[in-house]
Design a protein. Structure first.
Length: 189
C-alpha cells in the first residue's frame, strides 16, 4: 500500500479531531468521560477505518495519545492507543460486515479498558474512586467495570460510529471526496 501526502493529511486531521473531541469533552467535566463509565465521543471516529483504511487507523491511534491530557496512569498513554489500534484494525478487516465490525470494535475497546480500569481501581488510583454499580445486582467488581466500559464503547463505536460511517458512505457525500483524491477502501454491498 502506498501512503501519500493525502493519506498523511487525513491521518493528521483524524488524530487532531480525535484529540480535540477528547480534550473538549474532558474539559467540560462530568463523570462520563473518564472513570468507571467512559462515554468518549471521540471513539465514534474509530469505525471510519472501515471506509478510509490506514489513515484513519493511524489517526485514531495517534489521537488517543491525547489521553495524556487527563492523566490516569503512565500506562494510559500506551494502553489506550494500543486498544484503539486493535479496534480500528479489526473494524477495517471486517469492513464488509459493518455491523459486526462495529460491535467487535466496541468490545475490543470495552473489555481491555474495563479490565485496565479495574486494575487501577484495585491499586487505589484517585480518579477511579468507585466501581460501577448496577442496581439490584451483585456482580463481581471486575465484571462491573468490563460491562460498564463495554456498554459505553458499544454506544460510541457501534451506534454513534456506525451512524457516522453510514452517513459518510452515502454517494452524495463520498463521491465528491473521492473526486478530490480521497481513497476509499470498500463500499458496503
Amino acid at each position: 500500500m502506498k501512503f501519500d501526502t493525502r493519506d498523511l493529511a487525513l491521518t493528521a486531521v483524524c488524530a487532531s479531531l480525535y484529540a480535540a473531541i477528547n480534550i473538549v469533552q474532558t474539559s467540560m467535566g462530568g463523570p462520563i468521560t473518564y472513570g468507571p463509565i467512559q462515554l468518549r465521543l471521540a471513539d465514534c471516529l474509530i469505525p471510519l477505518s472501515a471506509l478510509f483504511g490506514w489513515p484513519l487507523i493511524l489517526g485514531v491511534t495517534v489521537g488517543c495519545f491525547s489521553n495524556a491530557y487527563y492523566w490516569l496512569d503512565p500506562a494510559d498513554v500506551v494502553v489506550g492507543p494500543l486498544v484503539n489500534l486493535l479496534a480500528a484494525l479489526l473494524i477495517f478487516l471486517l469492513r464488509r460486515h459493518r455491523v459486526v465490525a462495529c460491535v467487535s470494535g466496541g468490545l475490543t475497546v470495552g473489555i481491555p479498558i474495563g479490565l485496565y480500569l479495574y486494575y487501577l481501581f484495585l491499586h487505589g488510583n484517585p480518579a477511579i474512586q468507585q466501581a460501577p454499580d448496577f442496581a439490584g445486582t451483585s456482580l463481581p467488581v471486575w465484571s462491573a467495570f468490563v460491562i460498564s466500559l463495554s456498554i459505553s464503547s458499544l454506544i460510541t463505536i457501534s451506534i454513534i460510529g456506525y451512524v457516522l460511517l453510514s452517513a459518510l458512505s452515502r454517494p452524495e457525500i463520498i463521491e465528491p471526496l473521492k473526486s478530490h483524491g480521497l481513497k476509499v477502501t470498500a463500499q458496503e454491498k
